[in-house]
Design a protein around this ligand. Sequence first.
Ligand SMILES: Nc1nc2c(ncn2[C@@H]2O[C@H](COP(=O)(O)OP(=O)(O)O)[C@@H](O)[C@H]2O)c(=O)[nH]1
Ligand SMILES: [Mg+2]
Length: 394
Amino acid sequence: MQIKRYEAVDMQEALKLVKGELGPDAVILSTKQIKKDNGVFGMFSRQVIEVVAARDYVDKHQVKTPSESLQTGFIETDEFLKEELRKIRNDMRETPGELRDMKSELGLLKGYIQELLRDGEQEHLKTLHDNLVIFLRRLISEGMDRNIAYRLVQILNNKLSEEQKDNTDEINSYGHELIQKQVKITGPICNEHKDRKIAVFVGPTGVGKTTSIAKIAAKYTLIDKKKVSLITFDTYRVGAVEQLKIYAKIIGLPVDVVLSPSDLRGVLDRKKDADLILIDTAGRSHKDRTYVNELSKLMSQTIEIDCHLVLSATSSNTVLTDIIGKFKDIKINSLLFTKLDEADNYGAVFSSMINAQKPLSYFTTGQRVPEDIELAAAGRLCRLILKMDAVSSH
Ligand SMILES: Nc1nc2c(ncn2[C@@H]2O[C@H](COP(=O)(O)OP(=O)(O)O)[C@@H](O)[C@H]2O)c(=O)[nH]1
Ligand SMILES: [Mg+2]
C-alpha cells in the first residue's frame, strides 16, 4: 500500500491531486482542516485541507467471490469507509470543543466517499456485460436503492459465465432467484405454539396503522377464532381511538385506551386470557420526538412486545430511510408495508428491508377491511419488483 499526504485549499483540489497521482482506486484515510501560519502570530494564517490517501497494489484481475447475502456481504470498500467514519464519530464524541470542525470534516469525507463510490461504480460499469447493465438500470428504475441494485449485479457478474451473461433469460432467472433469496419474512403474527402474542404498530400518521390492525384483528377473530383484544396508545389524544372503536365494534372486540406508558402493564394484566393483543399508536407526527420517546417508554414496559414499523410502499427510498432513522431508538422487529395497490414500483420495499435489516411481516393492498392484506412473501415481492405480478385494485 502506498500512503501519501496532500495539502490543498479545498476538497475539490485535494481530490484532483489524489486522483491525479494515486489514480481512481485511491482511498482517503483521513481529512483534516489545518491552519497554515503565514505571518507574525498567525495573523495571516489560512485554512487548508490535509488529506491522507492510499492506493493498494491489488491485482485488478484478481477475482473475489462476494458473499451472496446483502445483509452481511457489503463490499469491502464500504466496510473500510464505514470504519473510517466510525473512528471520526468517536473522535467527535471525545472532543466536544472541536465538534463543529469535526462535523464539517465528516461532511467533506462523506461527500468524498459518495463521489469515490460513484466513480468506482462508473468505471466498473464500463467493464460489465451490457445485459447486466440493463438489469441494473431495470432494478434502479423499479425504485431500488442504487447501491443495493449495484451490489446485486456485482454478485451476478461474479456468478454467471460469459455465455450466461449473453442470455437475458439467464440473467433474469438468476437475478430473480438472487433477489428472492435476500427477502426475509416473519410469517404470521400469531404463532400456533405461543400463549399470548402482543404486537404494537408504529409509524408515520396516515400510513395505515389502524386499518392494518383492523384487518389483522378481523382475520384472527373471524377466521381463526382467536381471542383478540385491541389497545390504543394515543400520545397526543388525537382521537385515534374513535376510528379503532368503529372497527372494533363491527368485529365485536374490546378496545382499551392507554394514555401513558406506565398504564400499559395494568391493562395487559387484565387481558391475560387473550391470544392476540394489537396495540395501535397515534401521535402528531413521526417527526415529533415526543411520539418516538413515548413509544420507547411504552416498549420498555414489557419485553414480550413485537414491534411492526408500518411504512407505505408509495414512499421513496429517501423518505423510507429517513423514517427508519427516526425510529432507530425503538426495537423494531419487522416492517409492514401498506398501500402496495397505490405504488408504481416495489424496489424501495426491498431496499428498506435490506437497509433496516428487518424482515417483512405483511403487505396491505387496498382500503377494504379485512380483505386487503396478505402475509409478506419473498416470491411475491420479487415478482412485483420484476413486474411479473401486479396488485389488483378494487
Ligand atoms: N389504497 C390503500 N389505502 C390504504 C391502505 N391501508 C390504509 N389505507 C388508507 O390510508 C388512510 C389512513 O389509514 P389509517 O389506518 O387511518 O392510518 P394511520 O394514521 O397510520 O392509522 C385511510 O384512508 C385508509 O383507508 C392500503 O393498503 N391501500
Ligand atoms: Mg390511526
